[in-house]
Design a protein around this ligand. Sequence first.
Ligand code: GLN
Length: 480
Amino acid sequence: MHERSIAELIAARAAGEFSAADITAAYLDRIDAHADTLNALITRTDAAARERAAALDARADGALAGLPIIHKDIFCTKGVKTSCASRMLDNFIAPYNATVVERLHAAGTVTLGKANMDEFAMGSSNENSFYGAVKNPWNLDFVPGGSSGGSAAAVAAGLAPAATGTDTGGSIRQPAAFCGVTGIKPTYGRVSRYGMIAFASSLDQGGCFARSAEDCAHVLTAMAGFDERDSTSVERDVPDYASQLTGDISGLTIGLPREYFAEGLEAGSREVIDAAIDQMKALGANVVEIDMPHTDLAVSTYYVIAPAEASSNLARFDGVRYGYRCADPVDLDDLYTRSRAEGFGPEVQRRIMMGAYVLSAGYYDAYYLKAQKTRRLIAGDFHDAFAKVDLIAAPVTQAPAFPIGEKADDPVAMYLNDVYTLPASLAGVPGMSVPAGFVDGLPVGLQLIAPWFEEGRLLNAAHSYQQATDWHTRRPPGFE
Ligand code: GLN
C-alpha cells in the first residue's frame, strides 16, 4: 500500500480495489511499527482517523478522498492537541482548524496525527522540540533537518503518503533534502496562514512533503488559495497543478547562481548536484551561470528579521490567556516571567531576546531597518535573475544531514546551515527540494526555485527530472 503514489491510491480506492478504511489501517500499522523509533509524531489520532475513513467510505467525495495525511503540529486541529512542540502549548487543544487543515479535510484527507518539529519552528535539526529530537530514517544517529523534521521523516519512512509543513527560512526544503523526500514551499501568500501558529509572519509559508512532485501537486492544489482570514493571502486562482505536469522541460532556461556553488559546498554534495544538472540538460534545458550578488547577506538579514517578528508574535504567550502557567505566582510580573521562562525552550528564548534587541529604540535603525533594506536587495537579485532565466537550480544545503548533537551547542553554526534556503524565503519565491542522490548513504536534495506564483513550472521541472531518475523512489533500509 505504502508504495503507491497518491494518484494510484485515489484511483484504486475509486475503483473499489480497497477502501479508505483499508488505506488508513495500513498506514496506522506502519506508524505502529516505526513512529516511536523516529519520534516523528507528537500526537496520534488513530481512533478519529478510523472513524473518518469509515465515514468517507459511506459517502465518498473530494479530490483526495481517503488519502491519509500527517499535519505538522504548528497547524491548529480542532479538538486535537496543537503544541508547536513547546511546553508552552503542551496543554493546548485547538478550538478550530487551520485553513490548510480545513481545505485538505474538505478534499477528503484522513488525519493520522501531528508531526514533531522544532519548537515554534525555530531550528534546522529538529533537536529543539519539547518532545525530544526526531531521527533521520536513513541513519538514526543523524538529524532529519528542521523545523518540519517529523513531517519529512514520516513521509520518508512511509508513515503517510503526504505531510504538511511550514517553511520560514528553509523548514520544508532542508528536511526534505535530509530525508530524501520531495518538498515544496509555495510563493509567500499562496497558502493561507490562518491557524498556522505564527513564527515570522512576513516569511511563514505552508507547504507539503510527499514522495514525488506529482504527489505534491495533488496536495498543493487542495491546500492553496485565497483566504479572507489571512490578510497576506493572495487573491489569485489556483491551477490544477497536476494537469501542468507535462514532463517536458525542453527549451527551459535554468540559472545556476555562482554564489551557491562557491566555497562551503561540500565536494560529495556538489557531485550529486552537478549530475542532477546534467540530467536536466539531457532533458532539454539550457543551463547558464548567473550572479546573485547579495546571497551572502541572507543569513544575517534573516536572523534579524525572523527573531524580530518572533519576539512580537510570541508576546501573546503570557501565561494568562492560554498555554503554560507557572505554579504559585507571587504577582503579575512573576506570572509573566516564570511562565515564559519555564514554558519556552532555550532557542525560543534566544530568538525572543535577539528580536527584542534589534527592535529596541537604540538599535532599530542599525539592525532592523538595515535588515529590511538588505532584504530588498536580496529580492532584487531574484527579480534580476528571473528576467534572464525561467528557473534557478542550486543545492539545498552545503552537506547532507549531520549527527544529532553536532551543532546543538553552536547556534551560529546551526544558522549558517541555512545559507542556501534563506534567500528564496526573504524574496517570497517558491522553492522545492528534489531527491538527487546520496553521499555516504545520506540523501542529497536539489533545490529548484521559480518566479513568484510559478509553482506549476517548478513542479513540472521536478516531475520531468523524476520521470528520468529513481532517487525519489528509494526507501531507507529498515523502512521498506
Ligand atoms: N532554520 C531556520 C530557523 O531556524 C528556518 C526555520 C523555518 O523555516 N521555520 O529559523
